[in-house]
Design a protein around this ligand. Sequence first.
Ligand SMILES: Nc1ncnc2c1ncn2[C@@H]1O[C@H](COP(=O)(O)OP(=O)(O)OP(=O)(O)O)[C@@H](O)[C@H]1O
Ligand SMILES: [Mg+2]
Length: 252
Amino acid sequence: MKIYAVANFKGGVAKTTTVINLAAQMARDGDRVLAIDADAQHNLTDFYCPDWDGITLTDVLTGRSDPVPDRNIAHTAYENLDLLCADMRLLTLDLAAILSAADGQDLRLFDFIREVRERDDYDYVIIDCPPSFTASSVAALVCCDEVILPVKADAFSRTGALEMIQQVRSLGAYHIAPRFRVLATMADRSRLSRQARDLLKADGLDVFETEIHASVCVGESTFKRIPLYEYVPRSRVAQDYEALLREVRENE
Ligand SMILES: Nc1ncnc2c1ncn2[C@@H]1O[C@H](COP(=O)(O)OP(=O)(O)OP(=O)(O)O)[C@@H](O)[C@H]1O
Ligand SMILES: [Mg+2]
């Protein structure tokens, strides 16, 4: 089982869009996928399970729920795709408390994922992180094998990615060393898009060859709550996400 966290300090860089579409395609290909919504904005939950009123990640992190995966997980309308949902109460979790109390082993999401791994229920776990360093994002980042960092062609999202990497590396107590890979999102044919990617490579970052092009279809698909491969299968952006999944798999 491979665990990906999709993260960037910067908001609005296509973290959730990437989780929605990577998870959907993995599941379509027959892989068993558990998506985890770690963001109090609960966009991923609203996309796949808008009517969910059961246990959420907040309950897992606060210990109000036993870490028994099948009692906590929502089944989406898509075969092979399940979701650990989020709700706004994630906002109230105290980062300082979780950091001071935990030595990495006693984090409850960590326990939850360990149980998921032992039960061999899923091939992939993919976690949608909030645009900040919160209790839920720390929990996600200490659990994952790889962090995918979506970055738009602007200086702010580059800074957000670099600072996120720095913060994860500073979690020394957790003894974690995830791989980091940057994904250029909302790309177009401008020189700026090209230069932004070159800059990230010059920073020494591992950048996906695949870039995700800007498309109005992405916003539309969120209103329809249909992943891109199904909503606009022939569109460039749907094909970009297919290419991304191939690249993710090639380098596992
Ligand atoms: N390839 C794309 N082309 C055009 N618009 C896009 C693309 N990807 C994402 N968007 C739009 O950009 C906005 C931000 O996307 P998304 O919510 O996925 O980002 P995010 O990083 O998860 O944001 P947040 O930090 O708030 O969680 C949304 O309106 C989304 O529809
Ligand atoms: Mg998001």
